[in-house]
Ligand binder design. Structure first.
Ligand SMILES: C[S@@+](CC[C@H](N)C(=O)[O-])C[C@H]1O[C@@H](n2cnc3c(N)ncnc32)[C@H](O)[C@@H]1O
Length: 224
């Protein structure tokens, strides 16, 4: 059986193994992409785990996604998981700033046969999201995944809420931030930004939301 890697997460290792063994395994291209990304060394830890990939694909299917946005693409694992869950004429807009990392992504999207569903925009994501809104994109998207610089999460959340139709969903990664958000003594910029956004979403009358312990924490939001 192929080795399936879930990123080190918040649940104990034996339970993580149990979950991995009972989650639909990633396909061969996703497994090859994990291996290729591991060659990059320490930054490979930015890649989502297989369990998160399965969750994103399931969410995209649950909301019947045709149009999706991703903020933070890296070497393309989450994008590949989501694009594969879209219909053949579906569209995923990917936002990133790294030509180097996303060149790996492009190769694997091509191998998987989903490159035609993905439009990669290399620019600060706030600019790309603003352009989508200016170009008439409001309320035309079904699903969004946020997984980039934490200080801008609130701005990404607000833009995605505008871009999503009612009933659409947003998944925000790293919202438990290795548990630091629950540590009252932790006050670095990223922790404070994530903690404030988690609290804001809990009280946000525009959405239904639930904070999941998958991976490093996934805040799941549905636009009312
Ligand atoms: C955690 S990684 C994304 C991991 C990816 N979702 C995956 O499944 O492998 C974060 C990515 O956000 C990108 N990023 C950081 N700041 C950004 C910004 N201001 N605009 C767009 N992308 C940004 C980085 O280049 C990096 O590729």
């Amino acid at each position: 059986m192929a080795v399936i890697r879930n990123r080190e997460g918040l649940v104990p290792a034996d339970i993580a193994t149990y979950i991995a063994e009972r989650t639909a395994p990633p396909d061969n291209v996703l497994i090859a992409l994990q291996a290729r990304t591991a060659e990059l060394g320490r930054v490979a830890g930015m890649q989502i785990g297989a369990d998160q990939g399965a969750l994103l694909a399931l969410l995209a299917k649950l909301v019947g996604a045709r149009r999706a946005i991703e903020i933070g693409t890296f070497t393309g694992y989450s994008a590949l998981a989501v694009a594969s869950a879209l219909p053949a004429d579906g569209k995923l807009i990917c936002c990133d700033v790294s030509e180097e990392w996303t060149s790996v992504a492009r190769r694997y999207w091509h191998v998987a046969g989903v490159a035609g569903r993905i439009e990669l925009r290399l620019a600060p994501a706030t600019d790309t999201l603003a352009a989508l809104l200016t170009q008439g994109g409001a309320e035309t998207f079904d699903f969004a995944f946020i997984d980039a610089d934490k200080a801008n999460y609130d701005a990404y959340y607000e833009a995605c809420l505008k871009l999503l139709r009612r009933g659409g969903a947003i998944a925000l990664d790293n919202t438990l931030w290795s548990g630091k958000v629950a540590d009252p003594d932790a006050h670095d910029e990223d922790t404070d930004a994530l903690r404030a956004l988690n609290a804001k979403i809990r009280d946000d009358g525009r959405v239904d939301a639930c904070l999941l312990t998958v991976g490093d924490g996934v805040m799941l939001v549905r636009k009312r």
